[in-house]
Design a protein around this ligand. Structure first.
Ligand code: F6P
Length: 513
Protein backbone atom coordinates (compact mmCIF):
# COMPACT_ATOMS: atom_id res chain seq x y z
CA UNK A 1 0.00 0.00 0.00
CA UNK A 2 1.47 3.36 -1.00
CA UNK A 3 1.99 5.66 1.96
CA UNK A 4 0.73 8.98 0.61
CA UNK A 5 1.50 10.80 3.84
CA UNK A 6 5.16 9.84 3.57
CA UNK A 7 5.18 10.85 -0.10
CA UNK A 8 3.68 14.25 0.72
CA UNK A 9 6.24 14.59 3.47
CA UNK A 10 9.09 13.93 1.01
CA UNK A 11 7.80 16.67 -1.32
CA UNK A 12 7.52 19.05 1.62
CA UNK A 13 11.11 18.28 2.60
CA UNK A 14 12.25 18.91 -0.97
CA UNK A 15 10.38 22.20 -1.10
CA UNK A 16 12.05 23.36 2.12
CA UNK A 17 15.61 22.66 1.01
CA UNK A 18 17.72 25.78 0.44
CA UNK A 19 17.92 26.70 -3.24
CA UNK A 20 21.64 26.99 -3.85
CA UNK A 21 22.90 28.47 -7.11
CA UNK A 22 24.75 26.27 -9.57
CA UNK A 23 27.99 28.20 -9.12
CA UNK A 24 27.73 27.79 -5.34
CA UNK A 25 27.12 24.06 -5.76
CA UNK A 26 30.32 23.79 -7.82
CA UNK A 27 32.23 25.96 -5.35
CA UNK A 28 31.09 23.83 -2.41
CA UNK A 29 32.05 20.48 -3.88
CA UNK A 30 35.24 19.93 -5.85
CA UNK A 31 34.00 16.45 -6.78
CA UNK A 32 30.72 17.65 -8.19
CA UNK A 33 31.47 16.76 -11.82
CA UNK A 34 32.66 13.27 -10.92
CA UNK A 35 29.70 12.72 -8.57
CA UNK A 36 27.07 14.00 -10.95
CA UNK A 37 28.28 12.40 -14.16
CA UNK A 38 28.36 8.85 -15.31
CA UNK A 39 29.63 6.88 -18.27
CA UNK A 40 27.56 4.01 -19.58
CA UNK A 41 29.56 1.59 -21.71
CA UNK A 42 28.74 -1.85 -23.00
CA UNK A 43 30.55 -4.29 -25.21
CA UNK A 44 27.94 -6.01 -27.35
CA UNK A 45 30.32 -8.43 -29.00
CA UNK A 46 29.67 -8.80 -32.72
CA UNK A 47 26.93 -6.19 -32.50
CA UNK A 48 29.40 -3.48 -31.59
CA UNK A 49 29.72 -1.39 -28.49
CA UNK A 50 28.11 1.63 -27.01
CA UNK A 51 29.35 4.45 -24.91
CA UNK A 52 27.89 7.65 -23.57
CA UNK A 53 28.67 10.22 -20.94
CA UNK A 54 25.78 11.70 -18.97
CA UNK A 55 26.42 14.83 -16.95
CA UNK A 56 23.93 16.29 -14.49
CA UNK A 57 26.39 18.52 -12.68
CA UNK A 58 24.86 21.68 -14.17
CA UNK A 59 21.48 20.90 -12.57
CA UNK A 60 20.46 22.08 -9.10
CA UNK A 61 20.34 18.54 -7.71
CA UNK A 62 22.62 18.20 -4.71
CA UNK A 63 23.22 15.53 -2.08
CA UNK A 64 20.44 16.81 0.16
CA UNK A 65 17.87 16.75 -2.65
CA UNK A 66 19.07 13.37 -3.89
CA UNK A 67 18.76 11.90 -0.39
CA UNK A 68 15.11 12.94 -0.27
CA UNK A 69 14.45 11.75 -3.82
CA UNK A 70 15.92 8.36 -2.92
CA UNK A 71 13.55 8.20 0.07
CA UNK A 72 10.70 9.20 -2.18
CA UNK A 73 11.58 6.45 -4.67
CA UNK A 74 11.52 3.93 -1.86
CA UNK A 75 8.22 5.17 -0.47
CA UNK A 76 6.66 5.28 -3.93
CA UNK A 77 7.59 1.60 -4.40
CA UNK A 78 10.10 2.15 -7.18
CA UNK A 79 11.89 -1.20 -6.72
CA UNK A 80 8.65 -3.19 -6.81
CA UNK A 81 7.33 -1.22 -9.79
CA UNK A 82 10.56 -1.79 -11.69
CA UNK A 83 10.41 -5.52 -10.91
CA UNK A 84 6.80 -5.60 -12.06
CA UNK A 85 7.75 -3.92 -15.34
CA UNK A 86 10.21 -6.66 -16.22
CA UNK A 87 8.34 -9.54 -14.57
CA UNK A 88 5.15 -9.14 -16.55
CA UNK A 89 3.22 -7.50 -13.69
CA UNK A 90 0.11 -5.44 -14.44
CA UNK A 91 1.81 -2.04 -14.66
CA UNK A 92 -1.01 -0.72 -16.84
CA UNK A 93 -3.93 -1.25 -14.44
CA UNK A 94 -6.54 0.78 -16.32
CA UNK A 95 -6.20 -1.61 -19.25
CA UNK A 96 -5.31 -4.63 -17.09
CA UNK A 97 -2.06 -5.23 -18.98
CA UNK A 98 1.66 -5.67 -18.42
CA UNK A 99 4.05 -3.55 -20.52
CA UNK A 100 6.33 -5.97 -22.36
CA UNK A 101 8.32 -3.72 -24.69
CA UNK A 102 11.43 -4.75 -22.73
CA UNK A 103 10.86 -8.37 -23.72
CA UNK A 104 11.22 -7.36 -27.39
CA UNK A 105 14.90 -6.71 -26.59
CA UNK A 106 15.37 -9.66 -24.28
CA UNK A 107 14.44 -8.07 -20.93
CA UNK A 108 11.36 -9.76 -19.54
CA UNK A 109 9.90 -13.07 -18.47
CA UNK A 110 11.12 -16.18 -20.25
CA UNK A 111 7.76 -16.66 -21.95
CA UNK A 112 7.54 -13.03 -23.11
CA UNK A 113 11.12 -13.04 -24.40
CA UNK A 114 10.53 -16.32 -26.26
CA UNK A 115 7.40 -14.93 -27.88
CA UNK A 116 9.25 -11.73 -28.82
CA UNK A 117 12.14 -13.64 -30.33
CA UNK A 118 9.78 -15.72 -32.46
CA UNK A 119 7.99 -12.60 -33.69
CA UNK A 120 11.24 -10.85 -34.52
CA UNK A 121 12.59 -13.96 -36.26
CA UNK A 122 9.47 -13.86 -38.43
CA UNK A 123 10.11 -10.20 -39.19
CA UNK A 124 13.76 -10.99 -39.96
CA UNK A 125 12.76 -13.65 -42.47
CA UNK A 126 10.44 -11.25 -44.28
CA UNK A 127 13.07 -8.49 -44.28
CA UNK A 128 15.66 -10.84 -45.73
CA UNK A 129 13.23 -12.22 -48.29
CA UNK A 130 12.45 -8.69 -49.44
CA UNK A 131 16.15 -7.84 -49.66
CA UNK A 132 16.64 -10.98 -51.74
CA UNK A 133 13.88 -9.95 -54.16
CA UNK A 134 11.04 -12.28 -53.10
CA UNK A 135 8.55 -9.44 -53.68
CA UNK A 136 10.30 -8.21 -56.83
CA UNK A 137 12.61 -5.22 -56.88
CA UNK A 138 11.76 -3.08 -53.85
CA UNK A 139 13.48 0.29 -53.73
CA UNK A 140 10.99 2.30 -51.67
CA UNK A 141 8.88 1.72 -48.59
CA UNK A 142 5.98 3.98 -47.69
CA UNK A 143 5.47 3.38 -43.98
CA UNK A 144 1.97 4.47 -42.96
CA UNK A 145 1.26 4.88 -39.25
CA UNK A 146 0.73 7.62 -36.72
CA UNK A 147 1.86 8.46 -33.16
CA UNK A 148 3.84 5.57 -31.74
CA UNK A 149 3.46 3.71 -35.01
CA UNK A 150 5.37 6.46 -36.83
CA UNK A 151 7.52 8.63 -34.59
CA UNK A 152 9.99 5.94 -33.49
CA UNK A 153 10.48 4.50 -36.98
CA UNK A 154 10.83 7.99 -38.51
CA UNK A 155 13.46 8.97 -35.94
CA UNK A 156 15.39 5.70 -36.17
CA UNK A 157 15.44 5.65 -39.97
CA UNK A 158 16.56 9.27 -40.08
CA UNK A 159 19.24 8.71 -37.44
CA UNK A 160 20.69 5.48 -38.79
CA UNK A 161 20.54 5.75 -42.58
CA UNK A 162 22.55 8.87 -43.30
CA UNK A 163 25.41 6.81 -44.75
CA UNK A 164 23.62 3.90 -46.30
CA UNK A 165 20.05 2.77 -46.69
CA UNK A 166 19.07 -0.52 -48.22
CA UNK A 167 15.57 0.77 -48.98
CA UNK A 168 14.38 4.36 -49.27
CA UNK A 169 11.80 4.87 -46.48
CA UNK A 170 9.04 7.51 -46.37
CA UNK A 171 7.05 7.71 -43.14
CA UNK A 172 3.57 9.14 -43.63
CA UNK A 173 1.38 9.85 -40.64
CA UNK A 174 -0.92 12.82 -41.20
CA UNK A 175 -4.38 12.35 -42.69
CA UNK A 176 -3.72 15.53 -44.69
CA UNK A 177 -3.46 14.04 -48.18
CA UNK A 178 -0.54 16.34 -48.94
CA UNK A 179 1.67 14.12 -46.79
CA UNK A 180 0.88 10.99 -48.76
CA UNK A 181 1.03 12.82 -52.09
CA UNK A 182 4.54 13.92 -51.22
CA UNK A 183 5.58 10.32 -50.62
CA UNK A 184 3.92 9.19 -53.87
CA UNK A 185 5.86 11.86 -55.75
CA UNK A 186 9.14 10.48 -54.41
CA UNK A 187 8.40 6.80 -55.13
CA UNK A 188 8.03 4.62 -58.20
CA UNK A 189 4.87 2.51 -57.66
CA UNK A 190 6.44 -0.48 -59.45
CA UNK A 191 9.19 -0.73 -56.84
CA UNK A 192 7.31 0.46 -53.75
CA UNK A 193 6.16 -1.55 -50.77
CA UNK A 194 3.56 -0.20 -48.33
CA UNK A 195 3.79 -0.92 -44.60
CA UNK A 196 0.59 -0.30 -42.69
CA UNK A 197 1.62 0.15 -39.06
CA UNK A 198 -1.15 0.27 -36.51
CA UNK A 199 -1.40 -1.48 -33.19
CA UNK A 200 -5.20 -1.42 -33.38
CA UNK A 201 -5.53 -1.46 -37.18
CA UNK A 202 -8.48 0.86 -36.77
CA UNK A 203 -6.87 4.32 -36.58
CA UNK A 204 -8.70 6.63 -38.99
CA UNK A 205 -5.61 8.42 -40.29
CA UNK A 206 -3.74 5.20 -40.98
CA UNK A 207 -6.63 3.33 -42.57
CA UNK A 208 -7.50 6.31 -44.79
CA UNK A 209 -3.89 6.60 -45.93
CA UNK A 210 -3.64 2.83 -46.44
CA UNK A 211 -6.70 2.84 -48.69
CA UNK A 212 -5.31 5.73 -50.72
CA UNK A 213 -1.97 3.94 -51.06
CA UNK A 214 -3.73 0.82 -52.35
CA UNK A 215 -5.62 2.97 -54.85
CA UNK A 216 -2.36 4.61 -55.94
CA UNK A 217 -0.84 1.21 -56.67
CA UNK A 218 -3.96 0.11 -58.56
CA UNK A 219 -4.19 3.39 -60.51
CA UNK A 220 -0.59 2.86 -61.56
CA UNK A 221 -1.40 -0.65 -62.85
CA UNK A 222 0.73 -2.46 -60.28
CA UNK A 223 -0.17 -6.17 -60.28
CA UNK A 224 -1.88 -7.31 -57.09
CA UNK A 225 -1.74 -4.09 -55.00
CA UNK A 226 -2.70 -5.97 -51.82
CA UNK A 227 0.35 -8.14 -52.36
CA UNK A 228 2.44 -5.01 -51.78
CA UNK A 229 1.10 -4.43 -48.30
CA UNK A 230 2.89 -5.49 -45.13
CA UNK A 231 0.88 -5.11 -41.90
CA UNK A 232 2.55 -4.35 -38.55
CA UNK A 233 -0.06 -4.77 -35.88
CA UNK A 234 -1.32 -6.26 -32.64
CA UNK A 235 -4.64 -6.91 -34.43
CA UNK A 236 -3.73 -9.46 -37.12
CA UNK A 237 -7.41 -10.22 -37.78
CA UNK A 238 -7.93 -6.55 -38.65
CA UNK A 239 -5.12 -6.84 -41.20
CA UNK A 240 -6.61 -10.02 -42.67
CA UNK A 241 -9.97 -8.26 -42.97
CA UNK A 242 -8.19 -5.42 -44.78
CA UNK A 243 -7.00 -7.96 -47.32
CA UNK A 244 -3.39 -8.51 -46.24
CA UNK A 245 -2.06 -12.02 -46.76
CA UNK A 246 -1.04 -13.70 -43.51
CA UNK A 247 2.52 -14.18 -44.74
CA UNK A 248 2.93 -10.40 -44.74
CA UNK A 249 1.35 -9.74 -41.37
CA UNK A 250 3.95 -9.09 -38.67
CA UNK A 251 2.15 -9.19 -35.33
CA UNK A 252 3.30 -7.86 -32.00
CA UNK A 253 1.81 -8.39 -28.53
CA UNK A 254 -1.06 -6.26 -27.25
CA UNK A 255 1.06 -5.59 -24.15
CA UNK A 256 3.55 -3.51 -26.18
CA UNK A 257 2.30 0.08 -26.01
CA UNK A 258 2.25 2.21 -29.17
CA UNK A 259 4.89 4.72 -28.04
CA UNK A 260 7.08 1.87 -26.78
CA UNK A 261 6.77 -0.22 -29.94
CA UNK A 262 9.88 0.66 -31.96
CA UNK A 263 11.43 -2.64 -30.85
CA UNK A 264 8.59 -4.74 -32.22
CA UNK A 265 7.49 -5.22 -35.83
CA UNK A 266 6.67 -1.48 -35.82
CA UNK A 267 10.44 -1.24 -36.35
CA UNK A 268 10.09 -3.08 -39.69
CA UNK A 269 11.05 0.00 -41.79
CA UNK A 270 14.17 0.39 -39.69
CA UNK A 271 15.13 -3.26 -40.21
CA UNK A 272 14.41 -2.97 -43.93
CA UNK A 273 16.51 0.19 -44.25
CA UNK A 274 19.48 -0.77 -42.07
CA UNK A 275 19.37 -4.57 -42.20
CA UNK A 276 18.56 -7.08 -39.48
CA UNK A 277 22.03 -7.02 -37.98
CA UNK A 278 21.84 -3.32 -37.16
CA UNK A 279 18.27 -3.76 -35.95
CA UNK A 280 19.56 -6.42 -33.54
CA UNK A 281 22.32 -4.02 -32.47
CA UNK A 282 19.64 -1.41 -31.69
CA UNK A 283 17.84 -3.97 -29.52
CA UNK A 284 21.10 -4.98 -27.82
CA UNK A 285 21.89 -1.35 -27.02
CA UNK A 286 18.46 -0.95 -25.49
CA UNK A 287 18.93 -4.15 -23.52
CA UNK A 288 22.18 -2.81 -22.09
CA UNK A 289 20.20 0.10 -20.63
CA UNK A 290 17.55 -2.32 -19.33
CA UNK A 291 20.33 -4.15 -17.52
CA UNK A 292 21.63 -0.90 -16.05
CA UNK A 293 18.13 0.24 -15.07
CA UNK A 294 17.32 -3.08 -13.40
CA UNK A 295 20.58 -3.31 -11.49
CA UNK A 296 21.49 0.22 -10.39
CA UNK A 297 19.98 1.81 -7.33
CA UNK A 298 19.22 5.34 -6.25
CA UNK A 299 21.21 8.12 -7.85
CA UNK A 300 23.54 5.66 -9.62
CA UNK A 301 20.57 4.60 -11.74
CA UNK A 302 20.86 7.02 -14.67
CA UNK A 303 17.20 7.03 -15.84
CA UNK A 304 16.03 7.37 -12.22
CA UNK A 305 18.46 10.24 -11.62
CA UNK A 306 17.14 11.94 -14.76
CA UNK A 307 13.59 11.51 -13.44
CA UNK A 308 14.68 13.09 -10.12
CA UNK A 309 15.89 16.10 -12.11
CA UNK A 310 12.71 16.28 -14.18
CA UNK A 311 10.51 16.23 -11.10
CA UNK A 312 12.71 18.65 -9.20
CA UNK A 313 12.27 21.27 -11.89
CA UNK A 314 8.59 20.61 -12.46
CA UNK A 315 7.47 20.38 -8.87
CA UNK A 316 9.99 22.36 -6.84
CA UNK A 317 11.03 25.08 -9.30
CA UNK A 318 7.66 25.34 -11.08
CA UNK A 319 9.07 24.74 -14.58
CA UNK A 320 6.26 24.07 -17.01
CA UNK A 321 8.43 22.97 -19.91
CA UNK A 322 11.66 21.14 -20.54
CA UNK A 323 13.71 21.51 -23.69
CA UNK A 324 15.84 19.03 -25.61
CA UNK A 325 18.37 20.21 -28.16
CA UNK A 326 20.14 17.67 -30.33
CA UNK A 327 23.46 18.96 -31.60
CA UNK A 328 23.35 16.38 -34.34
CA UNK A 329 21.20 16.47 -37.48
CA UNK A 330 20.65 12.73 -37.18
CA UNK A 331 18.60 13.32 -34.04
CA UNK A 332 16.52 16.17 -35.46
CA UNK A 333 13.33 14.18 -34.88
CA UNK A 334 14.19 13.31 -31.28
CA UNK A 335 12.15 16.15 -29.69
CA UNK A 336 9.05 15.01 -31.63
CA UNK A 337 9.58 11.45 -30.46
CA UNK A 338 10.13 12.50 -26.84
CA UNK A 339 7.03 14.68 -26.91
CA UNK A 340 4.83 11.65 -27.42
CA UNK A 341 6.83 9.42 -25.10
CA UNK A 342 6.75 11.85 -22.20
CA UNK A 343 3.54 13.81 -22.72
CA UNK A 344 1.31 10.89 -23.71
CA UNK A 345 2.75 8.77 -20.91
CA UNK A 346 2.81 11.22 -18.03
CA UNK A 347 0.49 14.07 -19.05
CA UNK A 348 -2.15 12.92 -16.58
CA UNK A 349 -3.92 14.26 -13.52
CA UNK A 350 -5.00 11.05 -11.84
CA UNK A 351 -2.87 8.51 -10.11
CA UNK A 352 -2.79 4.88 -11.21
CA UNK A 353 -4.98 4.10 -8.18
CA UNK A 354 -7.58 6.62 -9.37
CA UNK A 355 -6.75 9.28 -6.79
CA UNK A 356 -6.27 12.91 -7.86
CA UNK A 357 -2.85 14.46 -8.41
CA UNK A 358 -2.57 17.95 -7.05
CA UNK A 359 1.01 18.69 -8.09
CA UNK A 360 2.18 19.23 -11.68
CA UNK A 361 2.90 16.14 -13.76
CA UNK A 362 4.70 15.94 -17.13
CA UNK A 363 6.10 19.25 -18.32
CA UNK A 364 5.70 20.25 -21.96
CA UNK A 365 8.62 18.71 -23.83
CA UNK A 366 9.92 20.75 -26.73
CA UNK A 367 13.19 21.37 -28.50
CA UNK A 368 15.07 21.45 -31.75
CA UNK A 369 18.52 21.09 -33.26
CA UNK A 370 21.65 23.00 -32.45
CA UNK A 371 23.01 25.24 -33.70
CA UNK A 372 19.82 26.30 -35.52
CA UNK A 373 17.91 26.74 -32.27
CA UNK A 374 20.57 29.10 -30.92
CA UNK A 375 19.58 31.61 -33.56
CA UNK A 376 15.87 31.24 -32.92
CA UNK A 377 14.79 30.36 -29.39
CA UNK A 378 17.86 30.57 -27.15
CA UNK A 379 17.26 34.25 -26.45
CA UNK A 380 14.38 33.18 -24.20
CA UNK A 381 16.48 30.48 -22.54
CA UNK A 382 19.19 32.99 -21.61
CA UNK A 383 17.17 36.08 -20.73
CA UNK A 384 13.49 35.15 -20.71
CA UNK A 385 11.31 34.91 -17.63
CA UNK A 386 10.83 31.13 -17.80
CA UNK A 387 13.24 28.79 -16.11
CA UNK A 388 13.65 25.93 -18.57
CA UNK A 389 15.83 22.91 -17.85
CA UNK A 390 17.63 21.92 -21.02
CA UNK A 391 19.00 18.59 -22.21
CA UNK A 392 21.82 18.82 -24.72
CA UNK A 393 22.61 15.76 -26.81
CA UNK A 394 25.78 15.66 -28.87
CA UNK A 395 28.08 13.10 -30.45
CA UNK A 396 31.86 12.90 -30.18
CA UNK A 397 32.35 11.23 -33.58
CA UNK A 398 31.27 13.43 -36.49
CA UNK A 399 28.47 12.19 -38.72
CA UNK A 400 29.79 14.13 -41.72
CA UNK A 401 32.96 13.86 -43.76
CA UNK A 402 33.48 17.54 -44.43
CA UNK A 403 36.10 19.86 -42.99
CA UNK A 404 36.43 18.90 -39.27
CA UNK A 405 35.66 22.56 -38.54
CA UNK A 406 31.96 21.70 -38.92
CA UNK A 407 31.86 19.17 -36.13
CA UNK A 408 34.28 21.03 -33.92
CA UNK A 409 32.09 24.13 -34.12
CA UNK A 410 28.96 22.11 -33.51
CA UNK A 411 30.42 20.63 -30.33
CA UNK A 412 31.99 23.80 -29.00
CA UNK A 413 28.72 25.67 -29.51
CA UNK A 414 26.87 22.99 -27.59
CA UNK A 415 29.28 23.17 -24.66
CA UNK A 416 29.29 26.96 -24.77
CA UNK A 417 25.51 27.10 -24.41
CA UNK A 418 25.47 24.94 -21.28
CA UNK A 419 28.32 26.97 -19.78
CA UNK A 420 26.68 30.30 -20.67
CA UNK A 421 23.28 29.31 -19.31
CA UNK A 422 24.92 28.42 -16.01
CA UNK A 423 27.47 31.23 -15.67
CA UNK A 424 25.44 34.12 -17.05
CA UNK A 425 27.17 37.51 -17.26
CA UNK A 426 26.55 40.53 -15.14
CA UNK A 427 26.19 43.87 -16.87
CA UNK A 428 25.18 47.33 -15.72
CA UNK A 429 23.10 47.50 -18.86
CA UNK A 430 19.94 45.52 -18.03
CA UNK A 431 19.40 44.57 -21.68
CA UNK A 432 22.84 43.00 -21.77
CA UNK A 433 22.63 41.25 -18.42
CA UNK A 434 22.49 37.44 -18.33
CA UNK A 435 21.20 36.18 -14.98
CA UNK A 436 22.74 32.69 -15.38
CA UNK A 437 22.04 29.87 -12.92
CA UNK A 438 20.00 28.19 -15.67
CA UNK A 439 20.25 24.39 -15.63
CA UNK A 440 21.21 21.91 -18.30
CA UNK A 441 22.19 18.27 -18.59
CA UNK A 442 24.52 16.81 -21.19
CA UNK A 443 24.30 13.52 -23.08
CA UNK A 444 27.54 13.03 -24.93
CA UNK A 445 27.29 9.96 -27.15
CA UNK A 446 30.48 8.37 -28.48
CA UNK A 447 28.76 7.89 -31.83
CA UNK A 448 25.33 7.41 -33.32
CA UNK A 449 25.37 3.79 -34.30
CA UNK A 450 22.44 1.42 -33.93
CA UNK A 451 23.48 0.22 -30.47
CA UNK A 452 24.03 3.68 -28.98
CA UNK A 453 20.81 4.91 -30.57
CA UNK A 454 18.86 2.00 -29.04
CA UNK A 455 20.44 2.70 -25.66
CA UNK A 456 19.56 6.39 -25.81
CA UNK A 457 15.91 5.64 -26.63
CA UNK A 458 15.62 2.97 -23.92
CA UNK A 459 17.16 5.44 -21.47
CA UNK A 460 14.32 7.86 -22.18
CA UNK A 461 11.69 5.15 -21.88
CA UNK A 462 12.96 4.27 -18.42
CA UNK A 463 13.32 7.91 -17.42
CA UNK A 464 9.65 8.37 -18.30
CA UNK A 465 8.66 5.22 -16.40
CA UNK A 466 10.69 6.24 -13.35
CA UNK A 467 9.05 9.69 -13.30
CA UNK A 468 5.63 8.00 -13.56
CA UNK A 469 6.36 5.78 -10.58
CA UNK A 470 7.51 8.76 -8.50
CA UNK A 471 4.27 10.57 -9.37
CA UNK A 472 2.07 7.48 -8.94
CA UNK A 473 0.97 7.64 -12.60
CA UNK A 474 0.15 4.81 -14.99
CA UNK A 475 2.36 5.79 -17.97
CA UNK A 476 0.95 3.13 -20.28
CA UNK A 477 -2.58 4.35 -21.03
CA UNK A 478 -3.69 7.43 -23.01
CA UNK A 479 -7.40 7.97 -22.54
CA UNK A 480 -6.94 11.70 -23.03
CA UNK A 481 -6.76 11.25 -26.78
CA UNK A 482 -10.14 9.53 -27.07
CA UNK A 483 -12.58 12.42 -26.56
CA UNK A 484 -11.35 14.37 -29.57
CA UNK A 485 -11.56 11.25 -31.75
CA UNK A 486 -15.18 10.68 -30.65
CA UNK A 487 -16.02 14.35 -31.30
CA UNK A 488 -14.59 14.10 -34.83
CA UNK A 489 -16.93 11.17 -35.48
CA UNK A 490 -19.88 13.17 -34.13
CA UNK A 491 -19.02 16.10 -36.38
CA UNK A 492 -18.74 13.69 -39.31
CA UNK A 493 -22.17 12.21 -38.66
CA UNK A 494 -23.69 15.53 -37.61
CA UNK A 495 -25.11 13.85 -34.55
CA UNK A 496 -24.51 15.34 -31.15
CA UNK A 497 -24.81 18.61 -29.32
CA UNK A 498 -22.22 21.12 -30.44
CA UNK A 499 -21.46 24.51 -28.98
CA UNK A 500 -22.35 27.60 -31.01
CA UNK A 501 -18.74 28.25 -32.01
CA UNK A 502 -18.21 24.72 -33.36
CA UNK A 503 -21.53 24.84 -35.23
CA UNK A 504 -20.54 28.12 -36.89
CA UNK A 505 -17.11 26.74 -37.78
CA UNK A 506 -18.67 23.55 -39.21
CA UNK A 507 -20.75 25.73 -41.50
CA UNK A 508 -17.78 27.89 -42.49
CA UNK A 509 -15.61 24.83 -43.23
CA UNK A 510 -18.32 23.19 -45.31
CA UNK A 511 -18.77 20.37 -42.80
CA UNK A 512 -22.39 21.02 -41.95
CA UNK A 513 -24.52 17.99 -42.76
O1 F6P B 1 -4.33 8.41 -30.44
C1 F6P B 1 -3.21 8.02 -29.72
C2 F6P B 1 -2.70 6.68 -30.16
O2 F6P B 1 -3.51 5.69 -29.63
C3 F6P B 1 -1.26 6.51 -29.73
O3 F6P B 1 -1.12 6.11 -28.44
C4 F6P B 1 -0.78 5.52 -30.75
O4 F6P B 1 0.60 5.46 -30.79
C5 F6P B 1 -1.42 6.09 -31.99
O5 F6P B 1 -2.68 6.56 -31.56
C6 F6P B 1 -1.58 5.15 -33.13
O6 F6P B 1 -2.36 4.05 -32.78
P1 F6P B 1 -2.35 2.74 -33.67
O7 F6P B 1 -0.97 2.20 -33.67
O8 F6P B 1 -3.32 1.81 -33.03
O9 F6P B 1 -2.77 3.11 -35.07
Amino acid sequence: MTDHTKITDAWTRLAKLPQTTLSDLFAADGDRVAKMSQRIDADLGELGQLGMLLDWSKTHLDDAALDVFEDLAQTAGFDAARDALFDGGIVNPTEGRPATHGAMRGSGTEADVEEAEALLARMGMLVEAIHEGALGTIKHLIHIGIGGSALGPALAVDALTRDLKLVDVHVVSNIDGLALEQAFAACDPETTLIAVASKTFTTTETMTNANSALKWLADNKVDDPSGRIVALTANPQGAVDFGVDETRILPFPESVGGRYSLWSSIGFPVALAVGMEDFQAMLAGAQAIDTHFRGANGRTNAPLLAAFGDLYYTRIRGCQTRAVFAYDERLALLPDYLQQLEMESNGKSVRADGGPITQPTAPVTWGGVGTDAQHAVFQLLHQGTHLIPVDFIATVAPGDELDPAHHRNLLLNCLAQGAALMAGKQSDDPARNYPGDRPSAMFLLDDIDAATFGAMIAFHEHRTFAAAVLMGINPFDQFGVELGKAMAKSIDSGEGDFDASTLALMAAAGLKV
